[in-house]
Write a protein that binds this ligand. Structure first.
Ligand code: 5GP
Length: 211
């Protein structure tokens, strides 16, 4: 991945920056630094959950998490819908744009047909919007399959990397242009279980991982 790190930009929707590097010890040895602590993630996901709930009242929404990276975020977000809109349903679809690397292949594969979205107000729940290709492809697919509306919601937004112009309705945090893992996000299927979002050490993706 490109290593051009930068300060976090303004948080969309009034979200706040979390304290950087708050975790002294206890980081995974392959993680260079913590970006968003578990506490910070919980607070911001709570805020976005409440905003979404208000917006979706009376709409019988269908929240669709994008596997696999968004499974943790989706699980927390659906429990943060307060008050939960009547008739809320939850599902998942699977898309992949990365193989065992840290750069997008430019190809988006939707591996499973999404649940029936005809006439539904769909909320697409993504882990991270990078080039925007995945989100754009999924929105187009859901519209083509008859969704009444598609709201996009992402945990992290790497706006500096955007290639495809896709509208993000809710973003929890702006993300610097670095490769991040944890809270569901992986590198080569590892690090998904970390409770925080952290920047991976270069050694971890050049085959010199510590375990
Ligand atoms: P896009 O199609 O927007 O380029 O890529 C979106 C997908 O790329 C995300 O759903 C995620 O799977 C992957 N991705 C992009 N940046 C990162 C990153 O920093 N870390 C991880 N683990 N995945 C990323």
């Amino acid at each position: 991945p490109r290593r051009t790190s930068g300060p976090l930009g303004e948080q969309p929707e009034g979200g706040r920056s979390c304290e950087m590097g708050s975790r002294g010890g206890g980081l995974h040895p392959d993680v260079e630094r913590e970006l968003f602590s578990a506490e910070c993630l919980a607070a911001r996901v709570g805020e976005v959950g409440r905003a979404l709930a208000a917006e979706l009242e009376g709409k019988r929404p269908l929240l669709l998490g994008v596997l696999r990276g968004a499974f943790v975020f989706a699980a927390d977000l659906v429990r943060a819908l307060e008050p939960v809109p009547e008739g809320t349903e939850v599902g998942f679809l699977r898309a992949s744009s990365y193989g065992a690397g840290t750069e997008s292949s430019g190809q988006v594969r939707v591996d499973a047909p999404p649940p029936d979205v005809r006439g539904r107000h769909v909320v697409l729940v993504e882990d991270i919007v990078d080039t925007g290709r995945t989100l754009a492809a999924l929105v187009a697919r859901l519209r083509a399959e008859g969704a009444e509306s598609v709201t996009t919601c992402t945990l992290l937004d790497k706006a500096a990397r955007r290639v495809v112009d896709v509208h993000v309705d809710h973003s929890c945090f702006a993300c610097p242009d670095e490769f991040v893992v944890g809270y569901g996000l992986d590198f080569d299927e590892r690090y998904r279980t970390l409770p925080y979002i952290g920047v991976l050490k270069p050694a971890a993706y050049s085959g010199l991982s510590s375990d």
